[in-house]
Design a protein around this ligand. Sequence first.
Ligand SMILES: [Zn+2]
Length: 326
Amino acid sequence: MESAYSLALTELEKIRKKNADELERRKAEVRSAVPEFSDIEHQLTACGASLARCVLNGGTGIEIIKQRIADARLKRAEILKRLSLPDNYLDDIYTCKLCRDTGYDENGHRCECHRRLISKYIGINSNLTETMRHQTFGNFDFSLFENQPDVKGHPVIKLIRAAYNKALEMANTFEITHSNMYIYGNAGAGKTYLSSCIANRVLQRGFTVYYQSAFKMLDMLEKLKFGRYDEDERTNAEYEARYFYDVELLIIDDVGTEFITAYSSAALFDIINSRLVDGKSTVISSNLTPVKMGDMYGGRMLSRIAGAYTAIPIDGVDLRLINKIK
Ligand SMILES: [Zn+2]
């Protein structure tokens, strides 16, 4: 899996090439209409080089060269006018004027366009399914929960609104708050839906997200550890395993349904604990309450979840309904 960052750089390179080709095409167009234009181009190139030399050597004659450049530009402008072409027809072309398609602004900060491209490729690499990509805060339909029976005396719609608001807040601020979420409820209760909402929002904001089910995650770590992959599979798995630690937001879905061994249990704890130490956010969804998850994974896991995760119960929701929200 090539990194989103290098894919974005490759795309910027393509944009620069496309714009340079277009400029060349325009020059050729003007050249063929007005052959004299070639001489002006040569003059401009030669004057540019002389000017650079003059500046470097502190030589005299700078003003004369500048005047020649101005004259040549004037001639070029006249040619464009004669051909009814805009003044800037032969200027350098930039798709993003902020960074001139380099991906970095003049202060060396990553440009907005570069961030958007990275986000696009991370979106592709985030492991969300096509269905999950449509599960967004914007598509959430509260009306489906309005007539649900109460859960322990609480209206379901209230429960859902609270879960939605907490998830939205996390998605909008996780990089500052370093917050984590433990979403739990019955199978299919929309835990994945809510996780997808967070993932899509965070991706849209230009951060990296990776989604994986606990089952696949632990299966992969086991296979890696015990050498059950062939060469190619191992390279991919190693990259993915590293990404569990590095990605800005990790979503571990369906914790509690996986088969655990002493090794996989320790491996999951290491991922969760390392991410906490590094201030990286994680969303866990589970059919187990935090206490039951602690029974399965041990006291130290429970202490991390209880200490650093916001628990979001979404029990009691009619699970089949939520699948209709696409
Ligand atoms: Zn830019």
